[in-house]
Structure formats: structure tokens, C-alpha cells
Design a protein around this ligand. Structure first.
Ligand code: ZN
Length: 441
């Protein structure tokens, strides 16, 4: 599926950007990002320093979201061999893959993080590899010392390795592990519950990826969504959930340094089948962190690094109890998640319908895999000035010529059907012989 329609559009978008001087085709994602623009908020150390730290400890052997169990554990093996991190097999997946915990520190406060209980949600797992590399590094670090002295951190990465193997949400038996907390029918859910019961952690982080078309309220696509899940139908705030909300508020402020304007609140309806909600009920102050997507980041590598940096910072904030100064309003004032973003908007050009001629029209394109940008289809054509997408390609007055399978031809007439493959040649002029300046995808 990944290669079915040729090279991913990201490569072509980047190619288009490289050709900008010649072609006048501009990718606008950089300006929309605001990644480095925001001032630090409640930062123990400048965000840029922490980001550099995460970059420096990035595990290069992991470079794409479709990382399998074998590749993940191979990639983190050098970190685990250093003696600072303790590894233990705590269970097996339905197909027999080892579920392991990695533990660091000897402090009095226990923190438990688990990732990828949905097999196609790998961003946090990639970031955890980088966190391991930092924690295992021999270089002296006051940050590492603070975490080690204040906390005992246990991580269960890639809880659903069978799902990860084929990049599907559910486990090998088709069960959504995050809807299995009451029955514990899956070995993965039983393992998670057993680890939680043994550790009785003070804090928990439930690490997921959400639909990349999710927006921050009516705004930009969300890079991050946060939730201290409710522990009951009334969504009440007892001491456990209140403490989780303060951690979420601290994260809301902190992530604001990295993904300004792209943080939302996740739906807070109580879900008795979900682990996060029950963890909260069992007494672990739990925060759900959902990774969305950033523009021009098809393998979520930039988001991964920001995650790793934020992970280290929030551990430090718990170790030093600085999160207790976070104002819960900082979390409550986040807009809720909302759907409706497109994957790619193509603006500023004209669509050349064969036999008809050029129409002044923007295009909205969604992909089978919105982040990897494979299998693009036309979703909307026309005036899309108010539409929102993860990425925007400005054609700068150029012309989109549909490839044969992007249109329907019958009896000498041509349609552009909504839902047809989004495959175009970008040319300087409306003439079929006009100079080609790029392609979609
Ligand atoms: Zn999930």
C-alpha cells in the first residue's frame, strides 16, 4: 500500500520546494508551524536546550513509524546494555512476542508509561527509544540525576507488538486492547493490568496517536491532545484526577513551546472499557497523551523528538514537584479536539479539465494514510480558502493537469469525480505541452 501510487507526496512537496525559484511553487508549512517562535513557559531549562538534548540522543536505527517489535528492541539494545536501565519480561503477546518493562531510577515516586497499545500508533514508542538513550548515556547530566533521585520510572513500550507487525490498531485477535480493561481477554491487557497492580504507580502516562485530521477546536490540525481521563461517569475531580490535571496543565504549557497553537483537549467522556479511565479509578494519576501530526512530517520524526524532550521535562517536573505550580486553567482553556481537517490543500492554481480548460480551483486531498501520504484522493474542489489542512501547497498561479486515472472520460466528455485518485502534473501553462514543474503525488 505504501508504494502503490509511487513516491509519497512528501518527497514531491519537498522536491517542489527545492524547485521553488524556478517554478514559483511554494510549500507554506514552515510559516504555519511556529515551532520555535513561542517564548518558554514554566521551563526549568530552555526548551531549545532540551530539544537539542533529545536530538542528540535520537536513536538513528528507528526512522519511520512502521517499526516492528524486533527492530525496536534491536535499536534500543545498546541503551539497555549500559547497566543503568533494568529490563524485565513481564508477559507475552498473543503471538508470543515478549512484553518488556524498562526501569530507571530509585526514587520514592513511581511513574509508569506505556505506549502503542494500538499497533499503528508508534510516535511515543519512537520517542521512548530516545529517552532510553539519554537515560543510559554515560555523559553527566543533572537532569538525569534529578529524575533518578526523585523517581522510579517504569516503561512498557509497544504493548501491542502483534498489531505493530502489520501496523493495525488491534491485537492479533482483533481486540482493541484499550477496550479490554474489564474483560482482560487479551494477554496484552492482562500484562498491563498485572504491571500496574504490582507497581501501584503514583503517575501514569497512556501514550497514543490520534487521527491526523483532528483539529484544535476550529483551528489548526492538532499535534498533541491531552486528557486526565475521568474516573467515573460524573467526571468528578478527586485528588487522583486533580493531580493528573495539574500534570496535563504543566504539559499544556510545556508543549506550547514546541507546538504552539496545536494542542487540544481530548474528549473527556468516561469510558469504562478504557485503561486510562480505570487507571485513574485505581489511584494512579494518569494523563493520556495523543500524538496528532505536524506539517511536512510524514514519519512523525519531528513530533517524536518534541515528545522525547517533553517526556524528559515532565519527568523532571514530577521529580522536583514543579508541576504542582501549574494552573489547572492552563489545561481547561485548551480547545477540544474537533474533526474536519484535510491532509493536503492545493491552492493558488487552476485545474485543467481536459476538453474544458482551466478552472480557478483549490483542491483538498486526503490520503489512505494521512501522515504517510499514500493513496491520495480528491475530496473537494473549488473555493477552499476557509478549509484547514495539515499541509498546504501553493501553486503560485500554476496549472494542475489531471493524469488519466484522475478523471472519468465517457463518450468524449470528462468528469473530475470526487474520490478519484489525486494524480496531477503541475505545468506552467494550461497547455498540455506546457513546461512541467512538478507532480502530485
Ligand atoms: Zn490509541
Amino acid at each position: 500500500m505504501r508504494r502503490g501510487l509511487g513516491r509519497p507526496v512528501g518527497a514531491n512537496v519537498r522536491q517542489a520546494r527545492r524547485r521553488r525559484l524556478a517554478a514559483g511553487v511554494t510549500l507554506r508549512v514552515g510559516a504555519a508551524l511556529g515551532l520555535l517562535a513561542a517564548a518558554p513557559i514554566e521551563a526549568q531549562t530552555p526548551w531549545s536546550d532540551r530539544l537539542a538534548l533529545a536530538e542528540r540522543h535520537r536513536v538513528a536505527a528507528i526512522s519511520e513509524r512502521r517499526v516492528t517489535h524486533a527492530r525496536f528492541w534491536d535499536a534500543v539494545a545498546p541503551s539497555l546494555d549500559g547497566g543503568r536501565l533494568a529490563v524485565a519480561e513481564v508477559g507475552r503477546s498473543m503471538q508470543g512476542r515478549a512484553l518488556r518493562t524498562v526501569t530507571f531510577g530509585a526514587g520514592p515516586v513511581t511513574v509508569f508509561l506505556w505506549s502503542q497499545m494500538h499497533g499503528d500508533e508508534a510516535t511515543a514508542t519512537m520517542a521512548l527509544a530516545d529517552v532510553f538513550a539519554f537515560l543510559a548515556s554515560p555523559e553527566p547530566s543533572p537532569l538525569r540525576d534529578r529524575i533518578a533521585q526523585g523517581l522510579t520510572v517504569t516503561v512498557l513500550p509497544m504493548l501491542n507488538p502483534d498489531g505493530a507487525e502489520i501496523f493495525q490498531r488491534e491485537n492479533a485477535g482483533g481486540i482493541d486492547i484499550n477496550r479490554d480493561v474489564r474483560r482482560l481477554a487479551s494477554p496484552e491487557a492482562r500484562t498491563l493490568k498485572a504491571v500496574r497492580d504490582r507497581l501501584r504507580p503514583d503517575f501514569g502516562f497512556n501514550l497514543h496517536d490520534q487521527n491526523a485530521r483532528t483539529r484544535v477546536g476550529n483551528g489548526e490540525p492538532a499535534a498533541i491532545a491531552l486528557l486526565p481521563p475521568p474516573a467515573d461517569q460524573a467526571r468528578s475531580y478527586g485528588p487522583v484526577r486533580s493531580r493528573a490535571r495539574q500534570v496535563a496543565a504543566w504539559l499544556a504549557a510545556d508543549f506550547g513551546n514546541a507546538v504552539a497553537g496545536r494542542i487540544a483537549k481530548y474528549d473527556d467522556t468516561f469510558n469504562p472499557r478504557a485503561f486510562g479511565d480505570q487507571m485513574q479509578a485505581w489511584g494512579t494519576s494518569t494523563v493520556l497523551i495523543e500524538s496528532g501530526a505536524l506539517p511536512d512530517d510524514p514519519e512523525k520524526q519531528r513530533l517524536r523528538t518534541r515528545h522525547a524532550a517533553a517526556r524528559l521535562r515532565v519527568l523532571e517536573a514530577i521529580a522536583t514537584r514543579s508541576f504542582e505550580r501549574a494552573d489547572p486553567a492552563r489545561y481547561e482553556s485548551l480547545p477540544f479536539n474537533r474533526g474536519g481537517a484535510y491532509d493536503l490543500l492545493v491552492v493558488g492554481g487552476s485545474l485543467v479539465v481536459p476538453g474544458v480548460g482551466p478552472l480557478r480551483a483549490d483542491l483538498a486531498i486526503n490520503f489512505d494514510d494521512s501522515v504517510a501520504r499514500t493513496g491520495g484522493r480528491i475530496r473537494e474542489v473549488g473555493d477552499l480558502e476557509t478549509a484547514v489542512a495539515l499541509d498546504t501547497l501553493d501553486l503560485g498561479g500554476k496549472f494542475l493537469h489531471p493524469m488519466p486515472d484522475a478523471v472519468l472520460r465517457t463518450g468524449g466528455t470528462t468528469w473530475v469525480p470526487i474520490g478519484s485518485p489525486a494524480r496531477f502534473v503541475i505545468r506552467e501553462t494550461a497547455e498540455p505541452a506546457g513546461r512541467e514543474v512538478g507532480r502530485l503525488p
